[in-house]
Design a protein around this ligand. Sequence first.
Ligand code: NDP
Length: 333
Amino acid sequence: MSMPTPPDTYRALRVTQDGERRRAELQTLPLSALPDGDVLIAVSYSSLNYKDGLAVTGQGILRSVPMTPGIDLAGTVLEDRSGIHAPGDAVILTGWGIGERQDGGYATHARAEAGWLVRQPAGTDAVWAMSVGTAGFTAMLAVMALEDAGVRPGDGEVLVTGAAGGVGSTAIALLSAAGFTVTASTGRSGEEAYLRELGASTIIPREELPAMKRPLEKERWSGVVDSVGGETLAGAYASTRTHGALVVCGIAGGTGLNTTVFPLILRGVSLLGIDSVTCPQPRREAAWARLARDLPASRLASVTRTHGLSEVTALAPQILAGQVRGRTVIDVN
Ligand code: NDP
């Protein structure tokens, strides 16, 4: 198969400084404007994550501007100076600072380090990969962390907060595929049918967890996957069962954690963190292999919408407002 030769220019959504404000606009740039990196990738799809919402609306996540946001991409290798990847290889890149510290996936082309890429698992495609994206990858890391901490199906309810969001939706699907009994905490009562279809057996309103103010509440959760933080996390932590575990993923509801050490020292609860950006490569590959097994495209269909690159500026405020359901794939071409 002959590979397309690299073009002279590429198209990207760029965040630029406009006086006091940052703004996002589509630009055509010379290929030489791409950052350093051994691998040149023809990007086919990216995705929309909470962090991308922050970047596109100019809220501080980009280390410098002008910059191309997009913390995820999937595409085809055009050239690799390291020789690790062959032209034509289908690859996935999430994290490692793309779309934050260097140009990311909201572009037709990208450059990256060879060691950052994960080969597209057999039997999957770029749309599937971006339907998973950083949010689904993070959910997979969270489920693996719960399992490593000894939480098993049959131990009792596992709580997922921010349930209708990207991390939450994919965590429910993954936990239910692994045989866990899932309780979903959501602020969107209208999404109950969607959450049950994903595999949640119980739905609780968003207000229930912040109302748990005592250091030790009645024991309920064997495990927790939290993408909300703040008072929601504090309530979940106070009601985690003896020797249960909480995996902290996100800050959609707040960055604070006002609580006590009692669940740690009187119940042996484990409070665990996830950083999908710097996740070491062997664990990345294990996570993507398991995603391919447990979250096939058919399971993701109800979770995913696809939009064009020109729609990203309108979608960004919506994900920050908690109005986007599940996952959003971005067709960059
Ligand atoms: P989404 O916006 O898709 O999901 C967040 C969900 O949180 C919303 O859908 C909503 O769920 C809930 N939510 C939103 N606002 C509030 C609020 N004010 N109070 C309580 N709940 C709220 O984002 P993602 O799933 O992409 O990301 C979720 C979080 O995880 C973000 O903070 C993100 O930065 C973080 N993250 C962290 C990663 C890591 O490596 N640690 C990687 C990926 C994401 P509902 O409507 O069901 O209540």
